[in-house]
Design a protein around this ligand. Structure first.
Ligand code: MN
Length: 211
């Protein structure tokens, strides 16, 4: 029997690995309840459409209009949730004075003027996003970096953007530790960005947008 396409990926660290920025309890609930829930609901939605079982989650999102209408919204939400969280976990790692590296560092500087200007723009946008969603640094269609946000579990891939850095703005990601203080959570995020992973995402994004 082949491995089912949609499974919960292994968390690349322990629940307490990002303390004190993300507390262990939040990490555990976020991964075992929220992310696992998206995977389970995605599989349930695809149950009646065996032809779609083996389509990778990114392809489902890029081609959301090809998904049968009956399950399109469920796939949009849960494939989005699955893809966004699968992207998010490896992006997190405690850093010391972390800053972008390599080609990404150069692109951030040339696009935004400086890393600090990027950080301010990203943080302001994340803080002012209304309701649940995600803040992103993505590569857009011309290979250019852009800061943007999406609502709920809407994936950048649906806009033909390819994510480089993303921050979960749902309250489930921060409420236990930060309550309503989203700006503090955003500030903490800059201590746990795995910039090596972001650089890898950036190079993959440039390849993707060359197609
Ligand atoms: Mn989440």
């Amino acid at each position: 029997m082949s491995k089912p396409q949609h499974t919960l990926p292994e968390l690349p660290y322990t629940y307490d690995a990002l303390e004190p920025y993300v507390d262990a309890k939040t990490m555990e609930i976020h991964y075992t309840k929220h992310h696992a829930g998206y995977v389970q609901k995605l599989r349930a939605a695809l149950d009646k459409y065996p032809l779609l079982f083996d389509v990778p989650v990114e392809e489902l999102l890029r081609n959301i209009e090809s998904v049968p209408e009956e399950i399109r919204l469920a796939v949009h939400n849960n494939a989005g949730g699955h893809a966004n969280h699968s992207f998010f976990w490896p992006l997190l790692k405690k850093n010391e004075d972390g800053r972008p590296v390599g080609e990404l560092a150069k692109a951030v500087e040339s696009t935004f003027g400086s890393f600090d200007a990027f950080k301010t723009g990203f943080s302001d946008m994340a803080a002012s996003h209304f309701g649940s969603g995600w803040a992103w640094l993505s590569v857009a269609r011309f290979g250019n970096l852009i800061v943007h946000s999406t609502g709920n579990q809407h994936s950048p891939l649906i806009h033909d953007f390819y994510p480089v850095v993303g921050l979960d703005l749902w309250e489930h990601a921060y409420y236990l530790k930060y309550q309503n203080r989203r700006p503090e959570y955003i500030e903490a995020f800059f201590n746990i960005i795995n910039w090596d992973q972001a650089e890898e995402n950036y190079n993959r994004a440039l390849e993707y947008q060359k197609r």
